[in-house]
Design a protein around this ligand. Structure first.
Ligand code: GAP
Length: 578
């Protein structure tokens, strides 16, 4: 089926609702935009997508998962900058009164770079643009900031403000000192988290793409700032080659260019090995969920688009027949911005002590106060003067120190200056953070859209979800040809055996066999087992592959092993067909 066609979204969403993947939430009261429910099949498929992500980040990378609350106190988001700055520009249509994202209206009206404009400038540009809801020319509109965080109060009495987290990341930053201890005070290490994030999006009308409650899977990788160009496992992805839409090529209106990660780092196109490593890992991960490489590209943020703290940022964008290129994963070098911000605001240093291989000899100037004279002369203030002297810089006329707001001149004969060489064992540094941040709902939508297909079977149109076996919610269907003559009993027994092997098998005996195959094809079940009359004679069944509709006969005893290997990709169905 042609994936670029406009109505693939309608078809996918219709199927998703009808067959229990996704539907609008609290429909009986009238659905609320920006919220969705995952139905029985959708929730299972989403878990499988999340587990592929876990396979990469927890098993391959060795980063343990943590789970923080979805509500955090205000101090966290003041320090992170979200209270002051996590806002979109908004305007209200004077005709239909709809609230609109100003940058989206501007994009629709062909205005260039609306995200870098001041509110006043943007409001002048919007005057000639059309409302995205009623399509009238807007005319005079005011543009203002709208903070996207949902606020709440913690405890009774409305004393403490809290916010629903707009990203899972902050929980991992504020846990930094405990994580550091867990990882035995050594860099690099990573913390990962999958969970709900909340953003009060202004006008979410893009199905699963823009939600007010959505699932993020984020990794925060803490690295020594001077080791960002030496990822210990860079060789794993050094030769991994993919199309990169660099910011220079965007400025020159050029298409993406294919290159290896090694080349991209060597040419300074990707900032460092860490960012390149996670760009490549993300490409591999997305392809393993079923996203086709020809509908996947990595786009570098333009310098003016980058968050002020990020030195480099790449978005994995997936092409949608309805929405065009959709940002699905963001990979950023966040520098030390977050740890410094939380360290300063909380008073807890978010640093790592890095021990030198050999202690360094460092010259140090010490000021040794003449205790007895100072003590006699300044009595109760003497202790504070000693402390102030330690960090003072003396001049020819002595040192001026401040104690309790009073400036006191200490003459040179009341202290001695001693220049020494001391051994320094190491230093405290603030790590930098590399952050790959995945939107699970956008991944699920992309997987569903790309899996949707229509072909012909038995002279009729067949709707088939070509989900990869690793993603399909139901892994195998077990179908007795007829619900009689023991075929139903044998099929029931096979289903239970497969369950014991951890395979999600669905028993179905209702309706003609052809209709049952169609039902399973439509929900993406990759394999179907059919128990027929021959089964009773030789204990064999047919195993059918969804995509080719080919069938092979195999002994019942081999089912768990064969189906298990097909699901993990250890064997291909074609190898069973003689
Ligand atoms: N911690 C970094 C961060 O949150 P982001 O680009 O704002 O970065 C990361 O979000 C990913 O989360 C996006 O690439 C997208 O897939 C997903 N995401 C963001 N806002 C979303 C929304 N309103 N609905 C669904 N997914 C969203």
């Amino acid at each position: 089926m042609k994936q670029g066609s406009e109505d693939v979204f309608e078809k996918v969403m219709d199927l998703a609702k009808r067959r229990g993947f996704i539907w609008p939430t609290s429909e009986c009261y009238g659905a609320v935009a920006g919220f969705i429910d995952y139905g029985p099949l959708g929730a299972m498929m989403k878990r499988r997508v999340e587990n592929i992500w876990r396979h990469f980040y927890v098993l391959q990378e060795g980063y343990y998962e943590i789970e923080c609350p979805t509500i955090a106190q205000e101090a966290v988001f003041i320090a992170s900058g979200h209270v002051a700055g996590f806002a979109d520009k908004m305007c209200q249509c004077p005709h239909c009164k709809e609230f609109l994202r100003a940058d989206h209206v501007a994009d629709g009206g062909g205005v260039k770079n609306p995200s870098v404009m001041q509110n006043e400038e943007l409001s002048l540009e919007l005057a000639s643009c059309r409302c995205l809801a009623c399509e009238e020319i807007l005319g005079k509109v005011e543009v203002f900031q709208f903070n996207l965080m949902f606020s709440t109060t913690i405890g009774p009495g409305s004393q403490r403000t809290g916010y629903l987290r707009p990203e899972t990341a902050q929980g991992m930053f504020v846990d930094f000192t405990r994580l550091l201890r867990f990882y035995r005070d050594k860099l690099p290490f990573g913390a990962v988290q999958i969970g709900k994030s909340y953003r009060n999006e202004i006008s979410p009308r893009q199905g699963m793409i823009r939600l007010r409650e959505f699932t993020q899977a984020e990794a925060e990788i803490f690295v020594h700032p001077s080791c960002k160009n030496s990822h210990p496992m860079f060789r794993r992805y050094a030769d991994y080659t993919m199309p990169l839409l660099t910011y220079v090529r965007q400025e020159q209106c050029e298409p993406p260019v294919s290159m290896s990660m090694r080349e991209a780092v060597e040419k300074g196109i990707i900032a460092n090995e860490y960012v390149a490593y996670y760009v490549a890992l993300t490409h591999q991960l997305l392809v393993q969920t079923g996203i086709k490489p020809d509908r996947l590209r990595f786009r570098q943020h333009l310098p003016e688009e980058r968050a002020h703290y990020a030195t480099d940022c790449w978005d994995a964008e997936v092409f949608s027949g309805r929405f065009g290129w959709v940002e699905t994963v963001g990979i950023a070098d966040r520098t030390d911005y977050d740890l410094r911000a939380h360290g300063d605001a909380s008073g807890t240093p978010m640093t790592v002590f890095i021990q030198y291989d050999e202690p360094k000899k460092v010259p140090r100037r010490r000021i040794i106060p003449n205790m007895s004279v100072l003590g006699r002369q300044y009595r109760t203030k003497a202790k504070a003067i000693f402390t102030a002297l330690e960090s003072a810089t003396p001049g020819p006329s002595g040192v001026c120190v401040e104690v309790d707001g009073e400036k006191i001149q200490i003459p040179p004969d009341l202290f001695e200056i001693r220049d020494e060489i001391v051994d320094v064992r190491g230093e405290d540094i603030v790590p930098h953070v590399i952050e790959p941040s995945y939107g699970i709902d956008r991944m699920c939508y992309a997987v569903l859209e790309q899996a949707y297909d229509e072909d012909t079977a038995d002279g009729e149109t067949r709707i088939v979800m070509r989900l990869l076996p690793q993603i399909a919610p139901v892994q195998v269907a077990v179908l007795p040809l007829m619900a009689r003559d023991d075929m139903d009993l044998i099929a029931g027994e096979i289903t239970r055996t497969l369950h014991k092997s951890g395979i999600l098998a669905e028993y179905d005996d209702s309706g003609a066999i052809g209709r049952r195959y169609r039902r399973q094809d439509e929900i993406g079940t990759p394999f179907a087992i059919t128990v027929d009359y021959e089964t009773r004679e030789n204990n064999s069944v047919t195993l059918r592959e969804r995509d080719t509709m080919k069938q092979v006969r195999i002994p019942i005893t081999k089912l768990p092993e064969t189906v298990g290997a097909l699901l993990t990709g250890n064997i291909m169905f074609s190898s069973l067909v003689h």
